[in-house]
Design a protein around this ligand. Sequence first.
Ligand code: SF4
Length: 342
Amino acid sequence: MKSSTVENNKQKDVLLEVNDLRIYFDINRKKVAKAVDGVDFSIHKGETVALVGESGSGKSVTSLSVIGLVPMPPGKIISGTIKLEEQELLSLPEKSMRKVRGNDIGMIFQEPMTSLDPVFTIGNQIIESLVYHQRLSKKEARKQAIELLKIVGIANSEKVIDEYPHQLSGGMRQRVMIAIALSNNPKLLIADEPTTALDVTVQSQILKLMLKMKDTFNSSILLITHDMGVVAETADRVLVMYGGQIVEEAAVKELFLNPKHPYTMALLKTMPNLDQNLRRLPSIPGNVPPAHQFPEGCRFADRCEFVMEKCRQVAPELVRISDGHKARCHLPFLKGGEYDAQ
Ligand code: SF4
């Protein structure tokens, strides 16, 4: 196949494309926080992409911008485009964006209680979404809601549909959120720390359910997480964010076997080992710099064990290392923590 044909086919496969996205927040008249600062990425149809980083890295603001939920003001879009297939989302009026949320993009958040309305039954909430987005009658919507609850593994769904959120366990509520998010067969599912509030066994069940649902409904997933264990279990491709920028991008296996950015290496070291009996999870020493005070050179310099003089003066660009693998570092040829002068 000619390379231009291969490129065209790849392009056809792209579901979401984010280009040069910059979202700043006015803190006061003099200070501006550069929460997202020049982010580019794409998600292909059927792909699960993990956006990874500590809190304050810009990953949640990036995902909120895709669903048009960045509070403006104080936030403002400085530059960029976000395209879902052929549709440019950043310029859509709120009324049209509301249709995109729910119809084309489903959302799952960390704490279902903040998204589920405590005064309405589970059934009311799923049925409302089906009536609004799919124009079903209430009777049809109820039948479909019971079906959806069954699909996400809620056994006695005929009874659960008439219960209130507080009557369910955390894992059950998260299953209900998944049912609501998938009720309109969205093209893209955004899951922001979907399992952080759950215990380890339920966490694994929910992740497996999300992947099964993705295949059943033929959706793509943008998974926001700080947990490299969750990434290993679910993602096809990984974007590592730090200081409002993507600092490394690679297929999941490549990232775990051959990380190039010192921040990714440090994140991987925070993963608990099965035979370690740790009282506290290891964390990376130091803090993410505040988004209104980024240093002139590399934003990771204060925490980097490989820092050089140049790093303090010149901001590194995101450079291609191999097919699909990029890193933003002046030492792009690091291998397993050792400098590899290939
Ligand atoms: Fe570390 Fe320098 Fe690379 Fe930044 S550019 S991650 S400080 S080696």
